[in-house]
Design a protein around this ligand. Structure first.
Ligand SMILES: C[S@@+](CC[C@H](N)C(=O)[O-])C[C@H]1O[C@@H](n2cnc3c(N)ncnc32)[C@H](O)[C@@H]1O
Ligand code: SF4
Length: 541
């Protein structure tokens, strides 16, 4: 299949601002306050999802950004699961949670499939006895290596009815680089045994834009994945976060990571093409289901967007969403165990969003779900979507990212390929500038930029060059910019070559940077400098 991204709406891709900003800056929440907040009723009806986090993995994949720990003989497995059961019981007793009906339970991680059977049985007992389950979809995430026939038969007996496992890529060389130890034969065996023990609903994750994954390799990956006949496929764009092994690999060998925005869009469109040609239905920007199956978490995302669904999370790093407020649990295993043992809850912080933030959240979730529903927006906020986000909608339409539908707007295929970069345009100047400031802040702390992606470090520079109207708006803070560039030079010897290559490639495909904007800004800055100089002089006299 040949695909060509028609044109570039942005010079480079940026990571999803929504992920960085939501939950937005959080306020610590003492446990009594958390309990008080969950003592009333849910204003969003009584439908809910339950997420339970299993943080252990037998091996660590070099790309993985999730909150996980390698399982060793000294891992605090017993203490973690005692704490998890305690937290689940405490959550299930909260008055608001008692009124909820859970249509979806998700055991995620980490790798739930490395958990021993007796522990899984105990967790399931706590869930089924404490929470009101309403014909739920119960998903169990696993790693091909630990999804043995025995494990799958056991969890099937517990009432689990869906499995989700990461294949990521089939290419042997890439698999070695990512430390994915199961072979192609293991993958086929796993899916076949899952079917034999009654799991028709078997979902597979794959990744695109892996270092060195050409379009031809990606197409093979997609076709082999389709040949498994999975119930659904999640296709994730690779994010190389600096604290991962993969980031160290690509820093050693820059040729591995090419920040090519056009290739990225083509990879995305190739995934869409192969999956839809093989009978999969697109459910959100990165999730496809085979007819007859549904990833319920994603299938009900519009209920979350409309605040008609609560999400309750248990375990380290788990996230809850109740009455429009996000709550987040502590992320380190030691503090999670301590906190739950002291107070029965793992919650650390929350946020009470303003009306403007709720609207931004609606729009960024609509980018995820592909559709922008005008009636839902008006129902929730009492005004038209265009009154608040008119300029963005207009600009997206002009750039071919969004099209009008009967009920509102829908992302075009170009928009779906660029949805994550589009999020930043909904946040407004202040959020954007604060965000950039945290990214550009001088590199003083040892863990500085550990959560920044490999691409982001370079993309910011190129993005700012081509999109000053979005990215800079006002004069950039020069000392910050200087610190950032010095940091790039220190941590990456090839930075100049890389930034120049990216800028040239963007200029070839996108046109020259807006020189006029810089000229006008320089003139304005010069004017301001003169005026402030004059006032300083006048102040002296
Ligand atoms: C909870 S994880 C994996 C579950 C399970 N432990 C496994 O290995 O199959 C869910 C998915 O997130 C995706 N993922 C993890 N890190 C990623 C990254 N850095 N970039 C893109 N996708 C990532 C992978 O596709 C992974 O399968
Ligand atoms: S991808 Fe899965 S198995 Fe690999 S490290 Fe992440 S959570 Fe663990």
């Amino acid at each position: 299949m040949t695909v060509r991204a028609p044109r570039l709406p942005y010079a480079v891709r940026l990571p999803n601002m929504g992920k960085h900003c939501y939950p937005p800056p959080l306020t610590p929440v003492p446990v009594p306050e958390f309990r008080a907040l969950l003592s009333g009723c849910s204003r969003s009806g009584n439908s809910a999802h339950l997420y339970v986090h299993f943080p252990f993995c037998t091996t660590i994949c070099t790309f993985c950004v999730l909150h996980k720990y390698q399982l060793t003989p000294t891992s605090p497995v017993y203490d973690y699961f005692e704490a998890l059961k305690r937290e689940l019981r405490a959550l299930s007793e909260l008055p608001l949670v008692r009124k909820l009906r859970f249509t979806n339970v998700y055991f995620g991680g980490g790798t739930p499939s490395v958990t021993e059977d007796p522990i899984l049985g105990e967790i399931m007992d706590v869930v089924t006895s404490g929470f009101h389950l309403d014909r739920p979809q119960i998903t169990f995430e696993g790693h091909i290596g630990s999804l043995t026939r025995e494990k799958m038969r056991f969890v099937r007996g517990l009432g689990i009815n869906r499995i989700s496992a990461g294949v990521q890529t089939w290419d042997p060389q890439l698999r070695r680089m990512l430390n994915l130890q199961p072979s192609e034969t293991d993958i086929y065996r796993c899916v076949e045994e899952a079917r034999n023990v009654g799991f028709d609903d078997f979902n597979v994750d794959i990744m695109y834009n892996l270092p060195g994954q050409t379009l031809a390799v990606l197409e093979r990956d997609l076709l082999k994945t389709v040949s498994l006949n999975p119930s659904g496929v999640d296709v994730y764009e690779t994010v190389i976060t600096r604290k991962t092994g993969l980031s160290r690999q690509v820093t050693r060998d820059e040729s591995l990571a090419e920040n090519d925005a056009e290739r990225l869009a083509e990879s995305y469109l190739l995934s869409e093409g192969v999956l839809s040609a093989n009978g999969f239905r697109q459910r959100n920007v990165h999730v496809w289901d085979r007819p007859g199956y549904e990833n319920r978490l994603v299938g009900q995302q519009d209920l979350m967007r409309d605040q008609d669904l609560s999400l309750i999370g248990a375990g380290l790093s788990a996230y809850s969403f109740v009455n429009g407020m996000p709550f987040i649990n502590v992320t380190s295993i030691r503090s999670y165990i301590e906190r739950v043992m002291q107070s029965a809850h793992g919650v650390e912080a929350y946020h009470r969003p303003t009306r403007a933030e709720e609207m931004q959240r609606f729009m960024t979730l609509s980018l995820e779900t592909i559709d922008f529903d005008r009636a839902s927006f008006a129902g929730l906020f009492g005004c038209a979507m265009e009154e608040v986000f008119g300029p963005q909608i207009e600009s997206f339409r002009r750039r071919g990212l969004l099209e009008q539908t009967e009920g509102g707007y829908r992302l075009t295929s170009l928009g779906r390929a660029w949805a994550s970069t589009m999020t930043m345009e909904f946040f407004g100047k202040k959020v954007l500038q604060d965000f950039i400031r945290t990214r550009l802040a001088p590199a003083t702390a040892p863990g500085y930029m550990s959560d920044v992606t490999h691409e982001e470090m370079f993309e910011f520079v190129v993005f700012a060059l081509f999109h000053p109207e979005i990215m800079i708006k006002e004069a950039p803070d020069l000392p910050l910019l200087r610190g950032y560039v010095l940091y790039l030079i220190k941590t990456n010897p090839h930075w100049l070559r890389k930034v120049t290559a990216m800028a040239l490639r963007s200029a070839r495909r996108f046109g020259l940077p807006p020189v006029g904007w810089y000229a006008r800004s320089a003139a304005r800055l010069a004017r301001e400098a003169i005026i402030s100089n004059v006032s300083a002089v006048e102040g002296c006299s």
